[in-house]
Ligand binder design. Structure first.
Ligand code: ZN
Length: 395
């Protein structure tokens, strides 16, 4: 194993030297670049994933277990390289379907699509549908992960979320607000793929914003149309499958990656219709605890938007706990959902005027949810650690 790594390191250095020489780089600049490449090549291999030891590490230090133990940075890099290749292939298929052949370049795929659509005399929305459909079809074929499986996941998660809200409603002093919350939680929200969303008249803007211009982002979003537009849906970005495929081709993770990532994203998005910004009264107890935890972690303002994201994360934790309690999902499966479904948070720092709190803090906050900890068999937290259940602080 060590010998392989050394050989790989040598190969990378030789190849890089040739490239830089060809590009006419002054020899004085080779040194630092070669040194950083050598360092990259000799990065130790991440520890193999094992559910039980991951859970132990997660109970102890949630974000460290997710972000440090698995070498997330290297994974992201490898995945983005593969995602570009896959996007090019999907794009070539779409271009063939349109009967137009143009040279495409990665990184501006969406712009190229618009150009193709313009040349072919097709309206942009139709080109958007074609592009997303083609990508989704390609990914479904390669992964064997069908839309009906995703729909089944949504029903499981939705019923667990409704049960979790009802459970909390029973112990809340203010039953009026919690009744409203439980009723809202039980109302169905459409779960749509990106192409179905466009077909139903959903705008392109949120897709580009949340999924990326070439749909490559590992993300999902909850959409609520403005007055007059009744469309309300949770949309899963094709980037989730794209990453799963990339990870699988890397031989790094289990074939369940797409399932785990989907569970994690959907359990958060399905909670947005009942988040703290839409129903602030129901969160009176929780709000103080969450605000304190967030301000201990950052000097940036704790906005209502950030609190709404944290409340959706809390419901995601409560939903996963409920699934374990009801015997619908095993602890090992939840370990996979937390380990692989939270990977994208590792690389999401809090931004000034941003909508989400720091990604690593989000993992820690979720990992300190009392109910999830109990369901996973975690030891109690030290009494000085702030832990916020949906019902409020446990301190
Ligand atoms: Zn959110």
């Amino acid at each position: 194993m060590k010998a392989d790594r050394f050989l790989l390191g040598v190969f990378v250095v030789v190849a890089a030297a040739a490239v830089y020489q060809g590009a006419g780089l002054p020899s004085s600049e080779w040194g630092p670049r070669l040194a950083s490449l050598t360092a990259l090549a000799s990065t130790p291999a991440p520890k193999p994933y094992e559910p039980q030891s991951f859970l132990e590490a997660f109970c102890e230090a949630p974000s460290a277990a997710v972000c440090d133990g698995l070498g997330a940075t290297g994974l992201e890099k490898a995945e983005s390289e593969l995602s570009e290749k896959l996007n090019e292939e999907a794009l070539a298929n779409v271009a063939r379907g349109l009967g137009v052949a143009v040279p495409f370049s990665s990184g501006k795929i969406y712009a190229d699509m618009a150009m193709v659509a313009h040349q072919a005399g097709i309206a942009p929305s139709e080109a958007d549908v074609l592009f997303t459909e083609e990508l989704e079809r390609l990914l479904t074929e390669r992964l064997g992960f069908s839309p009906s499986q995703e729909q089944a996941m949504v029903s499981t998660l939705r019923s667990a979320l409704t049960d979790a809200v009802n459970y909390q409603g029973d112990v809340q002093p203010d039953t009026t607000d919690w009744k409203a919350l439980a009723e809202r939680a039980s109302q169905p929200v459409a779960f749509l793929s990106a192409s179905e969303f466009l077909r139903k008249g959903g705008p392109v803007k949120p897709i580009k914003g949340f999924c990326g211009k070439s749909l490559e982002r590992y993300n999902a979003f909850f959409y609520q149309g403005k007055t007059g537009d009744r469309l309300e849906a949770v949309v899963l970005c094709p980037g989730v499958s794209l990453r799963a495929l990339a990870a699988r081709e890397q031989g790094r993770y289990t074939p369940d990656f797409a399932k785990q990532a989907t569970y994690s994203l959907l359990s958060h998005e399905l909670a947005h219709p009942i988040d703290a910004r839409k129903h602030p009264q129901a969160y009176n107890n929780w709000m103080g605890c969450a605000r304190q935890a967030a301000s201990e972690n950052s000097t940036l303002p704790v906005t209502p938007r950030k609190l709404s994201e944290l409340s959706a994360d809390q419901w995601s934790a409560e939903t996963l706990a409920m699934l374990v309690e009801q015997g619908k999902v095993s602890r090992e499966e939840v370990a996979g959902i937390l380990a692989f479904g939270s990977l994208n948070y590792c690389l999401m720092p809090e931004r000034k005027n941003g909508t989400h709190p720091d990604g690593r803090f989000r993992i820690d906050f979720k990992g300190r949810n009392p109910r999830l900890r109990q369901a996973l068999g975690c030891a109690p937290l030290p009494p000085t650690t702030l832990s916020c259940g949906v019902e409020g602080s446990t301190l």
